[in-house]
Structure formats: structure tokens, C-alpha cells
Design a protein around this ligand. Structure first.
Ligand SMILES: [Fe+2]
Length: 258
């Protein structure tokens, strides 16, 4: 039997398909990382998802934003409460920041601290240059998100632009992309076409649980264009647009469009 590198990795259980969820008993966890997005000169949106210790109820959290440089002043902090109605996500449009300044940010809930993210506001006036990383069409069952790893490893990226298809709505065997050599070890969750808001949240959680997927947005601000659906579904296009808008409102560090 011929065993190529990918099959060997799968057989040895070394693939990144289902990362272990680190959650201490009775404690909340930050299994879906932190991210920031839509920076302006004086503000940026920070985001996380808190996996509750047990289903139901609410979780109170605090957030902190600290300048990376040693200049005095500029730190911000606040608090909030999240729950099942917003899928235990926390999203804060942090204002009063300085232009062109780098910050770290983190959340804390019930004594557990999130990973530390890093972001930067837009500069004032003209800029000599800008480095943008552009991603699109990221299909979980099609690979290990190596392009995300390459973006995260670049020495300089000022912002990540995701142009669409951050997740895919397709389902299980026989659907688009499922002939990939790694589809068997990276099946979509849920294993069917997603239709409801709960489906969308479950699928996004699967993508963000992949450490490689969430690395680029942890280190610099991002911007998302959403998911494109090209074919009619049982939910209908209008219903699906509404569901996507509701999910985006809580599940992405994107500022509300005016
Ligand atoms: Fe695509």
C-alpha cells in the first residue's frame, strides 16, 4: 500500500483536523481565539468567544487594551456580559485610541485570561507603504490552512483582508471540495449543508477552533467580506442573508455598517 505524507500524518494522528479543546473542569475557556478588525484612526473592534463552563446562563468578562510602546497613557479597559443569545461572543469597539499606534488586547472571565492579541490603528495622514495579506476561499476539508500559517509568519503584515468564503456552507460527502485528500480527516461540522443560525455558529466555531485559522487575525486587524452563496437553498436567499447578518453581528470583529 502506498502511503503519502498526508495519509501518514493522518494515520499517526498528527493532523490538525480536530484540535484538542483546552478547558479545565468547571472553568470557562477561550477556544476560538481573539481577533481584531475594522481599524480606524481612533478605534478598533476586538473580539473573542468564551466557552462557558456549563451550558446556559451568562458570563461576565473584562477586556484590556494596552499600548505596545512605552509612552505614557493610552490604556483602555471595560467590561461586559455575554450569553447564548450572542453565542457567548464578546465584541467591543474600543474608542479613544491614538492613530498609528500598536496595542495588545485580552479578555478575562471567571479568572481565566484569553490569549493576547495584537492590533494597530490606522495612521494619520499619508503613509509611505502598507503591507496587506489577502485571503479568500478557505475550505476546511480542503487542507490545513497553510496559507494562513504563511501569513502569520510574515515579518510584516499591517492588515489581513478576507475577500469572501471565510467558511463554506457545503455539507458532507459528495458536496463541493469533499474529494480532497484530507477531506476524510477534516469533515465539515455539522456534516451537512448549513442553514440555520445555530448551524452557522457551529461551522464558524469549527473553523476558529483550528489554531492555524485564527493565527493571522490574532496578530493584526482584519476585515471580512462574508460568505458567498451562489445557489438557492431550502432556507432561501433572503432567509440566509438574514442569518449571515445575525451571525456576523456577533461572530466577527467587524464594525456595524451604517
Ligand atoms: Fe470561494
Amino acid at each position: 500500500m502506498k502511503v503519502d505524507r498526508r495519509k501518514a500524518i493522518a494515520l499517526l494522528g498528527l493532523g490538525a483536523a480536530t484540535p484538542a479543546m483546552a478547558q479545565a473542569a468547571g472553568k470557562v475557556a477561550f477556544n476560538h481565539g481573539v481577533a481584531s478588525g475594522d481599524p480606524l484612526q481612533d478605534r478598533v473592534v476586538i473580539w473573542t468567544r468564551i466557552t462557558p463552563a456549563s451550558p446556559g446562563g451568562t458570563v461576565a468578562y473584562r477586556w484590556r487594551v494596552n499600548p505596545v510602546d512605552r509612552r505614557a497613557g493610552g490604556a483602555k479597559q471595560g467590561s461586559g456580559v455575554t450569553g447564548a443569545d450572542r453565542d457567548y461572543t464578546a465584541k467591543v469597539d474600543v474608542t479613544g485610541l491614538d492613530p498609528g499606534r500598536a496595542y495588545t488586547f485580552e479578555f478575562e472571565a471567571e479568572g481565566v485570561t484569553s490569549p493576547t492579541g495584537r492590533t494597530i490603528t490606522l495612521p494619520k495622514g499619508g503613509t509611505k507603504d502598507v503591507v496587506l495579506a489577502v485571503a479568500s476561499c478557505t475550505l476546511y476539508p480542503n487542507g490545513y490552512f497553510n496559507a494562513y500559517r504563511a501569513i502569520a509568519d510574515l515579518p510584516r503584515v499591517d492588515a489581513v483582508l478576507h475577500l469572501g468564503d471565510y467558511i463554506y456552507e457545503y455539507g458532507g460527502p459528495g458536496s463541493y471540495g469533499m474529494n480532497s485528500p484530507v477531506a476524510g480527516e477534516r469533515p465539515h461540522d455539522p456534516p451537512r449543508e448549513i442553514i440555520s443560525l445555530a448551524d452557522y455558529r457551529q461551522r464558524h466555531a469549527q473553523y476558529k477552533a483550528d489554531r492555524t485559522c485564527r493565527r493571522p487575525m490574532r496578530a493584526r486587524p482584519g476585515s471580512w467580506r462574508g460568505t458567498i452563496t451562489r445557489r438557492p437553498t431550502t432556507a432561501g436567499c433572503t432567509g440566509r442573508r438574514t442569518i449571515r447578518r445575525r451571525r456576523r453581528a456577533t461572530g466577527t470583529p467587524a464594525r456595524r455598517r451604517r
